[in-house]
Design a binder for this molecule. Structure first.
Ligand code: NAD
Length: 509
C-alpha cells in the first residue's frame, strides 16, 4: 500500500478537536468534559478532544434511529452499500499513514504493529465483500405445510464499543460489516484512544455516507454502559475485557437485546514433540508478544514437551533477548510501552505474583534500563510455570510469556483446555496432519498451525467460554447484524420470483 516513512519525523503538534461526529455532523459536545490523551512513551499530552456525555449519545442514537426508520440506508441494496464502503475505503486509504502516527501516539504500539494492522484494512474490506455473497437475504424453502420465505433483514441501530489496543482496525471490523448489512452504528471508542477515530469520521464525511448512519462518541465506560442500555439501540457489539463483557451481557440480558462479545483470552501455543522451532520463532513470538502482548489472541502460555524443554527455552530466550525495546515511532522497535500506567501496574503485579507462586524468570522481569519516560516493561519469560498459577490462568495483557512442560499430547491438550478462556491458539508441528488433529481438540474459537496467521481470514472469529459470545468476520459475522424472519405462504401459492433468482438484497421480497 506504499505507506510513507514517518520515522524521521521531528516533533508533532498536539491533536486538538472541539467537536464530536454525530450523525454525520461535527457538533460540540453537550457537556464540557475532555479526554486528554497522554503518550505512553513520552508521557506528554498528545491529544485533547471532547468526552461525549449522555446527551451526545442521545443525539447520536436518535440520528441512527432516523437513518434506520426513515431510510434510505437499510433499504439500499448490498451492492449500493458496498459502493459507499469502497468510497469510504478510498477516503480512508490516504489517511492511513496519519492513522498509524495517531495510534502510536495515543496507545504506544509500535510503528511495525500499526503498519501491519493498517495494511489489513484493504484486504479486510475485499474479503468482507466476498463473504457477503454467501449471505442469503431471501430464501424460498419447501416447508412442512407449504412454502416458507426466510428473510434476513438488518437488525437495526447498532451500539459498538471498542478497546484501545488496535483502535482503528477493531472499529473497522465492526463498522464495515454493520454498514454493509444495512445497520447504522453509534461507535464508542475507548477513552485512551479517541484520536485516530477522528480520521475515520473524516473519511466517512468525505465518502458522503448518508447523515445519521454513523456517529462516533468517545468516552468512558459510563458512556459505554449508557449506550448499551439506550432504549433506541437494537443490537450491541463489544470488544474488550471479559469483566466489561459480563456487565454488558447482563445489561443486554435484562433488555433481551442481542449482543456480540469479543473478550479476553489466555491462549496456548502447543509445540509438539521434536519439532524444530528455529524457523517458527518469528511466528510464535509474533502471535504471543506482538503489541507488547496487548492482543486478545496472544498465545502467551507456551506448552513444550518435557524432552525439548531446556533447548527450547534457551532458543526462546536468545530470540526475544535480541529484540528491541524502545521508542514506538522508530521503525526498528519491537516492543513499545504499555498503553497506560495502570496497564504497567497490572503487568508488574502479575510478574510479582508469578515469582511468589514459584515460577522462575529467565528473561526480563523489570523495567528496561535507559528509558526514563514511558510505561515500559521488559519482555519477560517465566519457566517452572504450572497451570494453576495466576500468570497461567489470568489475562495479563502485557509482554509476559509462561513456558509449561508436558509429557504427552493428551496432557498438553488437557493443560491448554484447562482455562476459563477459549479465544485463540497455535500448534507447531512437523506433521501438519497431526497438528490439525490436535488443533481440532483445542477448545477455542480460533487456532493456527505453524506459520498460518492467528485469526485466519475468511473464517468466523470469536471466543468460547469467558472469551466471548458470537463472532465477527466471515458470512457468520455479517449475519450477526441481521435478524431472521419466516413468512409461511398459503398452500399452492407461488411467489412471482424463483428461489434460483439472484436475491434483490433489499429487505422486502
Ligand atoms: P475494557 O473492557 O476495559 O474496555 C473496552 C471498552 O469498553 C472501552 O471503550 C471501555 O470504555 C468500555 N467499557 C468498559 N466497561 C464497560 C461497561 N461495563 N459498559 C460499557 N462499556 C464499557 O478493555 P480494554 O482494557 O480497553 O481492552 C483490553 C481488553 O480487550 C482485553 O481483555 C483484551 O483481551 C480485549 N480484546 C478482545 C478482543 C477480541 O476480539 N476478543 C480484541 C481486542 C481486545
Amino acid at each position: 500500500m506504499g505507506l510513507p516513512d514517518f520515522s524521521q519525523r521531528e516533533g508533532y503538534a498536539v491533536f486538538e478537536r472541539d467537536t464530536l461526529f454525530i450523525g454525520g455532523q461535527w457538533l460540540p459536545s453537550a457537556g464540557s468534559a475532555q479526554l486528554s490523551v497522554q503518550s505512553p512513551s513520552t508521557e506528554e499530552i498528545v491529544g485533547i478532544v471532547p468526552a461525549a456525555d449522555t446527551r451526545d449519545v442521545d443525539a447520536a442514537v436518535a440520528a441512527g434511529r432516523e437513518a434506520f426508520d426513515e431510510g434510505p440506508w437499510p433499504h439500499l441494496s448490498v451492492d449500493e452499500r458496498a459502493s459507499f464502503l469502497v468510497r469510504l475505503l478510498e477516503c480512508l486509504e490516504g489517511r492511513l499513514p496519519e492513522a498509524i502516527e495517531l495510534q502510536i501516539d495515543e496507545m504506544g504500539g509500535t510503528r511495525a504493529f500499526h503498519t501491519l494492522t493498517m495494511s489489513g484494512v484493504v484486504p479486510f474490506l475485499n474479503r468482507m465483500l466476498f463473504d457477503a455473497t454467501f449471505v442469503r437475504h431471501r430464501e424460498l424453502r419447501e416447508g412442512t405445510a407449504g412454502k416458507v420465505v426466510v428473510l434476513r433483514q438488518p437488525i437495526g441501530v447498532v451500539g459498538a464499543i471498542t478497546p484501545w489496543n488496535a483502535p482503528v482496525m477493531v472499529a473497522i471490523s465492526k463498522l464495515f460489516p454493520s454498514l454493509l448489512m444495512g445497520c447504522p452504528m453509534v461507535l464508542k471508542p475507548a477513552p485512551e484512544s479517541p484520536l485516530s477515530a477522528y480520521l475515520l469520521a473524516e473519511a466517512i464525511e468525505e465518502a458522503e455516507i448518508p447523515h445519521g448512519v454513523v456517529s462516533i462518541v468517545a468516552g468512558g465506560s459510563d458512556i459505554g454502559a449508557y449506550l448499551v442500555s439506550h432504549p433506541d439501540i437494537d443490537q450491541v457489539t463489544f470488544t474488550g475485557s471479559s469483566v466489561g463483557g459480563q456487565s454488558i451481557a447482563a445489561a443486554c440480558g435484562q433488555l433481551l437485546r442481542p449482543v456480540t462479545l469479543e473478550l479476553g483470552g489466555k491462549s496456548a501455543a502447543l509445540v509438539l514433540e521434536g519439532v524444530d522451532m528455529q524457523p517458527h520463532f518469528p511466528q510464535l513470538i509474533g502471535n504471543s508478544l506482538r503489541n507488547s502482548g496487548q492482543i486478545c489472541i496472544s498465545t502467551n502460555r507456551i506448552l513444550v514437551h518435557q524432552s525439548d524443554h531446556d533447548g527450547f527455552v534457551e532458543q526462546l530466550v536468545e530470540f526475544v533477548a535480541a529484540m528491541k525495546v524502545g521508542d514506538p515511532h522508530d521503525a526498528t522497535t519491537d516492543f513499545g510501552p504499555l498503553a497506560a500506567a495502570r496497564q504497567r501496574d497490572r503487568v508488574e503485579h502479575y510478574i510479582a505474583s508469578g515469582l511468589e507462586e514459584g515460577a522462575k524468570i529467565v528473561l526480563g522481569g523489570g523495567r528496561p534500563a535507559g528509558l526514563e519516560k514511558g510505561w515500559y516493561v521488559e519482555p519477560t519469560i517465566f519457566v517452572n510455570v504450572t497451570n494453576d498459577m495466576r500468570i497461567a490462568r489470568e489475562e495479563i495483557f502485557g509482554p509476559v510469556l509462561s513456558v509449561l512442560s508436558y509429557a504427552s499430547e493428551d496432557e498438553a491438550l488437557a493443560i491448554a483446555n484447562d482455562s476459563d478462556y477459549g479465544l485463540g491458539g497455535a500448534v507447531f508441528a512437523a506433521d501438519v496432519d497431526q497438528a490439525l488433529r490436535v488443533a481440532s481438540r483445542i477448545e477455542t474459537g480460533t487456532c493456527a498451525i505453524n506459520e498460518a496467521p492467528p485469526s485466519g481470514g475468511g473464517g468466523p472469529f470469536g471466543g468460547l467460554k469467558q472469551s466471548g459470545l458470537g463472532c465477527e468476520r466471515g458470512p457468520e459475522g455479517l449475519e450477526s447484524f441481521l435478524e431472521l424472519k419466516s413468512i409461511s405462504l398459503p398452500r399452492g401459492y407461488e411467489p412471482d420470483w424463483s428461489a434460483d433468482e439472484p436475491e434483490p438484497a433489499v429487505t422486502t421480497p
